[in-house]
Design a protein around this ligand. Structure first.
Ligand code: NAD
Ligand code: IPM
Ligand code: MN
Length: 361
C-alpha cells in the first residue's frame, strides 16, 4: 500500500481541534483508495514558544524537510505578538521550502447559500494564486526615532523578477487548464515602483500565453467586483498582501472563513508543500468545540490531490457538499452542529458513497 509521510503541525487555538478532525476524514479516504497517511506530529505553537522562547526548534525546518507534505492548522495566539509567532513558524516554512504559490480556491459549495444575491454554486468558482514568498511581506525596514514626535516606521516591499515571473507562469499555466482567463490584481496608479513592474511582467509573460485572456484590475476596483460580479473570475494572480486580503473576501462570499482552503505549493516538488486553511486560530471560539472543520478538511483534499490521489480528493469535497446540503453545519454557517458532529457526518457521507475503481493518478 502506498504510504505518505506527513508532518502535522496543529499549532494554536482551533488548529488543535480541526487538524485531528481532518486527519479522521483523510484516513478514511486513504482506506477507501488504497493509501496510508503516516502522521508525525510537531507541537510547535505559541504554547511551545512560552516554554522554549522559540516557535520551533532551531533545526525545525530540517526536521520537516524530508516529509512528503506538511499539514498545518493555524499559528498565533494572544500573549505572543503575531509578528513573532508568524515570522517564527509559518513564514519561514513558506520561504525555506520555496512555496511561492499560495493556491486558494474560491468555490461556492453545494448546500451553501452565498451572502451574494442570486449567486448559485457554479456561478462562483475561481482560484486566487497568491505570491507567497516576497512582496509586501518583507523584513526590510525599521522603526526610527522611537518615543519622539518624529517617530516613524518604514517597511519596504520587495518584488524580484524571478519571484514575480515564477508565480505568474504558474497562474498562466493554471488558467490554461481552466477557462483560460487570468486577472491580475495591481495598484499601479498609487504604488509607483513595484506595481508598474508587476504589470510589465504580467504583460511580458503573457506574450508566451497568447491563448490566455488577461485583464488587469486595480485592487480597489477588484474587491468591489468580487462582490458585484464574481462570475467573471477564473484565475486571479495577486501579490502577497493583496492575495491575502482577497482570499478572506473570497471566503466570505462562499459562506464562511471556516471553509476556505489553501495550498502553499513548491511546484517543482524539490521541497514539501504545506496545506492549511485560510483562517487563523480563532481565539474567540477556541476550546468550545464549534470550529468549522471543513476548511481544514478541504485543505486536506488539496493535499491528497498534490500526493496524486485526485479521485480521493474529489470524493472528500463531494462528501463535504453532501453534508452541507443535508443541513449539518457549525454556527459560522448558521447551524448548531459541533466540530465533532460535522466531522462524523463527513466520514459517514464518505463511507456511504459508492466506491469508484481506480485511485486517481
Ligand atoms: P481568524 O481567521 O482566526 O478569525 C477571524 C474570525 O473568523 C473569528 O471570529 C473566528 O471565530 C472566525 N473563524 C475562523 N476560523 C473559523 C472556523 N474554522 N470556524 C468558525 N469560525 C471561524 O483571524 P484573526 O482573528 O485575524 O486571527 C487570529 C489569530 O490567528 C492571530 O494570531 C492571527 O495572526 C492568526 N492567523 C494565523 C493564520 C495561519 O496560521 N495561517 C491565518 C490567519 C490568522
Ligand atoms: C494567511 C494569514 C497569514 C498571512 C498571517 C497570519 C501572517 O493571514 O495565511 O492568510 O498573511 O499570510
Ligand atoms: Mn490571511
Amino acid at each position: 500500500m502506498t504510504a505518505h509521510r506527513i508532518a502535522t503541525i496543529p499549532g494554536d487555538g482551533i488548529g488543535r481541534e480541526v487538524v485531528p478532525a481532518a486527519q479522521d476524514v483523510l484516513a478514511l479516504a486513504g482506506e477507501r483508495h488504497g493509501f496510508r497517511l503516516e502522521w508525525t506530529e510537531f507541537d510547535w505553537s505559541c504554547e511551545y514558544y512560552t516554554r522554549t522562547g522559540r516557535m520551533m526548534p532551531a533545526d525545525g525546518l530540517d526536521q520537516v524537510a524530508a516529509f512528503d507534505a506538511i499539514f498545518l492548522g493555524a499559528v498565533g495566539y494572544p500573549g505572543v505578538p503575531d509578528h513573532v509567532s508568524l515570522w517564527g513558524l509559518l513564514i519561514p516554512m513558506r520561504r525555506a521550502f520555496a512555496q511561492y504559490v499560495n493556491l486558494r480556491p474560491v468555490r461556492l459549495l453545494r448546500g451553501i447559500e452565498s451572502p451574494l444575491r442570486g449567486i448559485e454554486p457554479g456561478d462562483l468558482d475561481f482560484v486566487v494564486v497568491r505570491e507567497n514568498n516576497e512582496g509586501e511581506y518583507s523584513e526590510i525596514g525599521g522603526r526610527l526615532y522611537r518615543g519622539t514626535s518624529r517617530e516613524m516606521a518604514v517597511q519596504e516591499a520587495v518584488f524580484t523578477r524571478a519571484g514575480v515571473e515564477q508565480v505568474m507562469r504558474y497562474a498562466y499555466n493554471l488558467a490554461r487548464t481552466r477557462r483560460g482567463d487570468l486577472a491580475s490584481a495591481t495598484k499601479s496608479n498609487g504604488i509607483i515602483h513595484t506595481m508598474p513592474f508587476w504589470d510589465e511582467l504580467f504583460r511580458e509573460i503573457g506574450g508566451d500565453y497568447p491563448d490566455v485572456k488577461t485583464r488587469e484590475y486595480h485592487i480597489d476596483a477588484l474587491v468591489g467586483l468580487f462582490v458585484l460580479d464574481p462570475r467573471r473570475f477564473d484565475v486571479v494572480v495577486a501579490s502577497n498582501l493583496f492575495g491575502d486580503i482577497l482570499t478572506d473576501l473570497g471566503a466570505a462570499i462562499v459562506g464562511s472563513i471556516g471553509i476556505a482552503p489553501s495550498a502553499n505549493l513548491n511546484p517543482e516538488r524539490r521541497h514539501p508543500s504545506m496545506f492549511e486553511p485560510v483562517h487563523g486560530s480563532a481565539p474567540d471560539i477556541a476550546g468550545q468545540g464549534i470550529a468549522n472543520p471543513l476548511g481544514q478538511i478541504w485543505s486536506g483534499a488539496l493535499m491528497l490531490d498534490h500526493l496524486g490521489h485526485s479521485a480521493a480528493a474529489a470524493e472528500v469535497v463531494d462528501a463535504m457538499e453532501d453534508v452541507l446540503a443535508g443541513g449539518t453545519r457549525t454556527p459560522d454557517l448558521g447551524g448548531t452542529a459541533t466540530t465533532a458532529q460535522v466531522t462524523a457526518a463527513v466520514r459517514d457521507a464518505l463511507a456511504s458513497r459508492p466506491l469508484e475503481t481506480g485511485s486517481g493518478r
